[in-house]
Write a protein that binds this ligand. Sequence first.
Ligand code: C2E
Ligand code: MG
Ligand code: MG
Ligand code: MG
Length: 278
Amino acid sequence: HAKESGRGCHAFFDSEIDDRNRRRIQVKNGLRLARTRGELSLAYQPEVDPVSGEVKIYEALMRWYSNEIGLVSPVEFIAVAEESELIEELTEWLIAQVAADCQQAPLNRAKISINLSPRQFRSESWLRQVNAAVDSGSVDPGRLCIEVTESALVEDFSRAHEQLKEIQKLGIEVAIDDFGTGYSSLSYLKRMPIDYLKIDRSFVADIGQDTDDQTIVETVIVMAHALGLKVVAEGAENSQQVEFLTSHQCDLIQGYYYAKPASLHDLAAQEREQLNTH
Ligand code: C2E
Ligand code: MG
Ligand code: MG
Ligand code: MG
C-alpha cells in the first residue's frame, strides 16, 4: 500500500481518484440501462398538515436497485445523471410513472411533488414532458408540484423564472427545496413564481438543541408567510420538533415522525390495514 509504505501520498490519492472514477462510470453505465431493465421505482413520502393530520402532498423520491451494484442512493445517481442528458431521461420516466400512479389510492387524495435538477432549466425538455402529460389528460395540473433547489434560481435566474412562470400558469405549484442551504437572496424569493419554501432538514434536526437553528426556523416561517408563501419543514423525526413547528404555524411537515418514503404498493397495503382495524 502506497499509504503505508510512505512512498508519497500521490499514489494513495491517485488510487482513490481511480476508485471514484470507476464507481462513477459503473453508475453511469448502469443508469443508462436502468429504465429499460425496470430497475427504477418511486417511493412516496407524505407532507402532513399537522393541525388536521391530513396528508396534503406526497413527494415522489426516485429509487434505483441495480442488479449489478445493488441499491444506489439518489444523492449519488442523480449527481451522475446531472453530468449528461441522462437526467432528462430519468425525469421523463418519473413524469410517466407519476402519471400512472396518481389515480391510485391513497395518492389520489393529495398532490404529488416531483424533484427537478437545477441543470434541467438549461433545456425545456422537462417542460415539454409535463405539458404532454397534462395534455394527454393523465395528470391534473392542479395536483402537481415541482421542487427545485435555490441553486436553480441563482445559476440561471431568467430561464428558471420563465419556465416556472409557465408551469404556474398551468396551475402547478412550485416549491424551493432545501431552503437555507443555498445562496438565494430575498429579492429572488420575491421575484420568483413560487408557492412553498421547504426548510432544509439540517435546521429542523437541531430544534430542541440549537437555539440559533430554532430562531432560523421561526424567522423563515414568519418571512415566508409575509411574502405569501407556505412553509414545509423537512426531516422532522420527533414530537418535540413537530410541536415546535406546529406552534410556529408551519403549514406542512415531512419526516420520519410521520412516515418514511414507501412504495405505492406499501402505501395502499397500509391503508387497507388501517381500514380493517378501525
Ligand atoms: P430531497 O428532495 O430534499 O428529499 C428529501 C430527502 O430527505 C429524501 O432522501 C428523504 O428520504 C429524506 N428524509 C425525509 N424525511 C427524513 C427524516 O425524517 N430523516 C432523515 N434522516 N431523512 C429524511 P432521498 O430519498 O434519499 O433523496 C435524496 C435527494 O435525492 C432528494 O432530496 C433529491 O434532491 C434527490 N432526488 C430524489 N429523487 C429525485 C428525482 O426524482 N429527481 C431529482 N432530480 N432528484 C431526486
Ligand atoms: Mg425534494
Ligand atoms: Mg429537500
Ligand atoms: Mg434536504
